[in-house]
Design a protein around this ligand. Structure first.
Ligand code: ADP
Ligand code: MG
Length: 233
């Protein structure tokens, strides 16, 4: 099966203000196919958010490639990449990044506020309904529980029916019930044919495939390093 997400030999080095460097990702390779739910877990500071940002087209790697649906996303201009991301990638940020002065419905619509039409509005309303937020539709994020905010962030990520869904610590701020609900939503998205990559410090999340990241190096379940992709061209 072809990869929806193909991350190949990704390297990212940050330079801190006083000049020293941090190798946040070292030669990291991961694939996610349609219908798959994959998880990368690791401790704080191991490179999880860096990996997800790079996978989502939000952080240019030093070397290596990220292909989404066969498109090398960093080969695109930043403008083209932004459009490609909007159409193909749903991203759930760790801190949700909801817009404080917009209602729940408008937050869900935020990716297309500039060009909303009836169809997009109906899709947003369906998502608000699906995530059990109908009673909160007109409320600003400040009036929501953390679990509700997480669901708004998920609904927003799904507005444009992305092929790929990326989620950074999606259960990090939630109690057990809300966490289980969110994982079920992500699993359902994969069951419906999407591709999901989650990064988390929670080692309990079950997945089709699990990886561990430590100091920027990825290993699979068996503890062996994950080297270049088998289907590398
Ligand atoms: P995680 O999400 O697993 O907690 P991150 O990907 O956020 O880890 O960070 C990996 C490493 O890179 C850490 O050592 C972190 O301090 C460092 N780092 C992350 N972002 C930056 C940045 N913008 N500038 C410098 N160092 C950073
Ligand atoms: Mg992080």
């Amino acid at each position: 099966m072809s990869d929806v997400l193909n991350i190949n030999k990704l390297t990212k080095v940050y330079t801190r203000r006083h000049g020293d460097t941090v190798a946040a990702l070292s030669d990291v390779s991961v694939n996610v196919q349609a219908g798959k739910f994959k998880v990368v877990h690791g401790p704080s500071g191991s490179g999880k958010s860096t990996l997800l940002l790079a996978a989502g087209g939000l952080l240019h790697p030093e070397s290596g490639t990220v292909a989404v649906d066969g498109q090398d996303i960093y080969a695109l201009s930043s403008e083209k990449r932004a459009g490609f991301r909007a159409r193909n990638i749903g991203y759930v940020f760790q801190q949700f990044h909801l817009i404080p002065y917009l209602s729940v419905l408008d937050n869900v619509l935020a990716p297309s506020l500039a060009f909303t039409n009836g169809q997009v509005l109906r899709r947003a309303e369906e998502l608000v309904d699906f995530f059990g937020l109908s009673g909160r539709s007109d409320h600003p994020p400040s009036e929501l529980s953390t679990g509700e905010r997480q669901r708004v962030a998920l609904a927003r990520a799904l507005l444009h029916k992305p092929k790929l869904l990326l989620a950074d610590e999606p259960t990090g701020n939630l109690d057990e019930t809300n966490a289980a609900n969110v994982i079920n939503y992500l699993r359902q998205f994969a069951a419906d044919g999407g591709a999901v990559l989650v990064v988390t410090h929670d080692s309990k999340i079950d997945a089709d495939e699990k990886y561990h990241i430590e100091e920027g190096f990825l290993v699979n379940n068996s503890g062996s390093p994950v080297s270049g992709n088998k289907n590398e061209k």
